[in-house]
Design a protein around this ligand. Structure first.
Ligand SMILES: [Zn+2]
Length: 130
């Protein structure tokens, strides 16, 4: 029951992720379901995202129960970390998106790195062991 509520609560964010996953699929990405989340990896969209200038480039991103990665190898390495983000979406729902952005802005205002010091990223690193 708790897990079902988590899926429901995170569904708006998952829907956004699903749109990107569909776009990635059209561009050659592959899908698979792991630990109750849809993983989408590879394809041309992944290569484009990976080639973006910092701070826009990323190797993996989680939107609800959808995890997008530049390659299957990256997702193998990042799986534990990204699943901490899945749990965050199950707690925060779609509100995680503005909360994450505000947490990054708060770190910038304090002169710190918006990704590294973001509370949601710190939690993901701590709970995934790195
Ligand atoms: Zn993260």
């Amino acid at each position: 029951m708790k897990r079902a509520l988590g899926y429901l609560w995170a569904a708006p964010a998952s829907a956004i992720g699903f749109v990107f996953a569909l776009l990635a699929l059209v561009c050659g990405a592959r899908w698979r379901v792991t630990r109750g989340a849809l993983e989408c990896a590879g394809g041309e969209l992944g290569q484009i995202v990976n080639a973006l200038p910092r701070p826009f480039a990323f190797v993996a991103i989680t939107l609800g129960h959808v995890i997008l990665g530049v390659s299957a190898e990256v997702l193998d390495e990042m799986r534990d970390h990204e699943h901490v983000h899945v749990r965050q979406y199950e707690r925060w729902g779609v509100a995680l998106l503005p909360a994450y952005a505000l947490a990054s802005l708060w770190q910038i205002a304090r002169g710190r790195a918006p990704y590294t010091h973001n509370r949601f990223e710190r939690e993901a690193r701590e709970r995934s062991g790195g």
